[in-house]
Design a protein around this ligand. Structure first.
Ligand code: HEC
Length: 199
């Protein structure tokens, strides 16, 4: 009888196990406090939390496009000029990647322009089907507006690496790229927004 009792009695934690629980518990508590502080700072700080690497300078047509953008619920899925949601992709800086012609064509014929199936743009019942049905002049103004959302070279939304300020990249190009390539290809750092997919 006494033997069984002794077996079912809980064995006390070993020192190592206790230490493990204390350390793990401390992590959880610290992480919760840090998360709380971060949320508080995000909600109350008037300074941008992340550095902005995109900018825009709207022309008169761009302003018109911006109004059309706002009236057509684009921001329900997209983020642009620091507003909107992250449901679709961010359009900040898109003007450094895509030309007006590309944007216009994408808005009208998304799948043809991508060359594959899309998720929201396209024909009914895709959710953003209405975009392709907007009047042509509105689509043009939208494309102009989007093309004016630029990103700084070297930022994460830019297709182009930092300006030729990298001695490392320069040295690698010099060492490894045959001279023939230099004539045949453009250095990506000098590349202009792409017209890819425009016919
Ligand atoms: C229902 C969500 C939704 C709405 C509304 C929407 N989009 Fe999109 N958009 C997307 C998604 C998702 C993609 C990626 C392509 C795809 O799968 O459809 C995209 C892609 C794009 C692209 C191409 C980005 C790139 O570089 O590949 C542009 C430009 C664009 N949208 C502009 C607009 C404009 C302008 C409007 C409003 C008139 C709009 N979108 C409304 C979801 C949406």
């Amino acid at each position: 009888m006494t033997e069984i009792n002794q077996q079912t009695k809980k064995t006390p934690l070993k020192t190592g196990e206790k230490l493990l629980f204390i350390v793990a518990g401390a992590f959880v508590i610290l992480a919760s406090i840090a998360f709380g502080i971060m949320q508080y700072v995000m909600a109350t700080s008037d300074k941008p939390i992340f550095e902005q690497h995109t900018h825009f300078d709207l022309s008169a047509v761009g302003e018109k496009g911006s109004a059309i953008y706002r009236h057509n619920a684009c921001s329900e899925c997209h983020r642009a000029m620091s507003e909107g949601t992250n449901m679709g992709n961010s359009l900040d800086g898109i003007g450094s990647r895509r030309s007006v012609a590309w944007l216009e064509r994408f808005l009208i014929e998304p799948e043809k322009t991508y060359g594959h199936v899309t998720m929201d743009h396209g024909v009914r019942p895709k959710q953003a089907y209405y975009v392709a049905l907007l009047p042509k002049p509105d689509i043009h103004d939208l494309a102009v507006f989007l093309s004016e959302l630029k990103s700084d070279q070297g930022s994460s939304s830019s297709p182009v690496p930092p300006k030729g300020e990298s001695p490392f990249i320069d040295a690698m190009v010099k060492t490894w790229a045959p001279d023939a390539w230099k004539e045949k290809y453009t250095d990506i750092r000098d590349k202009k927004p792409s017209n890819e997919g425009v016919k």
